[in-house]
Design a protein around this ligand. Structure first.
Ligand code: FME
Ligand code: ZN
Ligand code: ZN
Length: 480
């Protein structure tokens, strides 16, 4: 860890040195006259040098300001079901102003602002880069946290506790801090860099990223690559995601004749439902065993988790105890990797989990497709056909970050709205040596890890925004 941090520091020093060097070179080229003009130029030189030095000093000494801005964002309560979206939007807009970024607030749905920021590139004809993050967070149970989830308290070991510290207010603000550093260093992007701060990801993104991706405004943005969220890594390897599992939310229902609680008879609703649940549990265990044995990664198996059970005849004191009910239901959150055959799973549901022969029916509350409109699995290429993948890898390695194997995101993110449009989208949240605490109690991110992530994005944005080639991964406008 020490090593990694010190190499990040030396990278920072190199950048400062380079930026001073660039400014010095500019001066040398522009000086050329003699006499008084040399004097004026000398003064100018020192002014510029002083300015560069103070800029450099301010960027190297502003860790506490960077952390304080992160805390401010975390302190805005954007938890469902009543997220304070306007306060979050105002905060982002104030940051944009301090960075002289262009901003636009789009309200596709009332009270659900989508904030889009723009850092114009010197070649606006090249497809742009979109850095996406969501502003909402999931609810919490504050009394089960060691520090209140919207205090952004920092403990003695530098852990910042807050809902959203990992998922994903960190990423949204790290993008902005990286841009602040790049601007301070005098960097000018070749490609336009956009940032989108979208609502509602945690409840499906339909009024947020999905609306943005469907809009004419988005078409005009001419996006060529999207970065979105990934997951924390408990070890030293950063994680990159090229796809995500598809959510299928299944409800199965059993029916049967009611009867006396003391009677043994076949085909009761409860018995039929339990047979299905046993079946589902065997399937779940087999999939989980593949992960436990190290044969498959989490994102490569089908996960099934029972999320509700509903049965029984209510009474004023609870449930009627001597009546076997005529209906019973169970709900499952299923996640299907785009690399599996969904027809196989659907057959299994119809024939084994909810067979009509056992008086069972089923319905999907949500059933995403693993295929795009051309019938191909929705995946972003993680090989040489996608230069953005290699660029990201290179940029992380340049600042001494190590990378794990490409992965499929186990849950859903807004990236799917962009992949649906045929765009490459990479899931990445720079957090190493950090327990995975998204949606959990006591979600936290360490200060040093957050600051390291800013440097990682600085490297990524610099590489992406400087990339000149028109690539295969970029979809021509008229196909969107
Ligand atoms: C199916 S939309 C729900 C999106 C949600 N995203 C993050 O947790 C998820 O459950 O994966
Ligand atoms: Zn998220
Ligand atoms: Zn989430």
């Amino acid at each position: 860890m020490e090593d990694t941090l010190s190499s990040f520091d030396s990278y920072r020093r190199r950048r400062v040195k380079n930026s001073l060097q660039t400014r010095r070179n500019t001066m040398v080229i522009s000086s050329g006259g003699g006499g008084n003009s040399s004097c004026v130029l000398l003064v100018l030189y020192f002014c510029l040098f002083y300015q560069s030095l103070s800029l450099a000093l301010s960027s190297s000494s502003s860790s506490s300001e960077i952390i304080s801005r992160f805390q401010q964002y975390l302190q805005i309560n954007t938890a469902h079901p009543n997220p304070n979206y306007y306060e979050a939007a105002d905060f982002i807009l104030s940051q944009a102003k301090s960075l002289s970024l262009e901003s636009h607030t789009l309200e596709f749905v009332k009270a659900k602002p989508v904030v889009v920021l723009k850092w114009p590139g010197t070649n606006p004809n090249l497809p742009s880069i979109l850095l996406n993050s969501h502003t909402d967070v999931v609810p919490s149970e504050p009394h089960k946290w060691s520090h209140p989830p919207f205090d952004a308290h920092i403990d003695d070991d530098g852990r910042i506790y807050a809902r959203g510290s990992q998922d994903m207010k960190c990423v949204g603000l790290q993008y902005l801090e990286a841009i602040r550093k790049l601007k301070n260093s005098g960097f000018h992007p070749l490609r336009t860099v956009y940032l989108s701060f979208v609502p509602d990801e945690e409840i499906g993104g339909h009024d947020g990223a999905e609306k943005l991706a469907d809009s004419d405004y988005f078409k005009k943005m001419n996006v060529g690559i999207v970065l979105d969220e990934g997951l924390a890594s408990p070890n030293e390897y950063y994680r990159m995601f090229y796809a995500e599992r598809c959510p299928w939310w299944l409800v199965i229902k059993a029916s049967g004749a009611p009867g006396h609680g003391a009677k043994l008879y076949d085909n009761t609703a409860m018995e039929n439902l339990l047979k299905s649940i046993e079946n589902v549990r065997r399937f779940r265990a087999a999939q989980f065993d593949l992960v436990k044995a190290g044969l498959k990664a989490e994102g490569q198996v089908i996960s099934v988790n029972m999320v509700f059970l509903k049965a029984g005849t209510p009474s004023p004191t609870g449930f009627v105890m001597n009546l076997q009910p005529s209906e019973a239901e169970a709900g499952f959150d299923i996640r299907v990797p785009p690399t599996t055959d969904p027809a196989y799973l659907e057959r299994r549901i119809a024939e084994e989990w909810a067979p009509a022969s056992r008086n069972m029916t089923y319905e999907f509350k949500q059933k995403g497709s693993v295929y795009d409109k051309f019938g191909k699995p929705i995946l972003t290429a993680d090989d040489s056909s996608n230069p953005w993948w290699a660029l990201l890898e290179g940029a992380v390695k340049k600042v001494n970050g190590k990378l794990g194997k490409p992965e499929i995101f186990p849950a859903s993110t807004d990236a799917r709205s962009f992949r649906d449009k045929g765009l490459p989208a990479i899931g990445f949240s720079p957090m190493t040596n950090t327990p995975i605490l998204l949606h959990d109690h006591n979600e936290f991110l360490r200060k040093d890890e957050y600051l390291k992530g800013v440097d990682i994005y600085e490297s990524i944005i610099e590489a992406y925004a400087s990339y000149l080639e028109h690539t295969k991964g970029e979809v021509p406008r008229d196909e969107l």
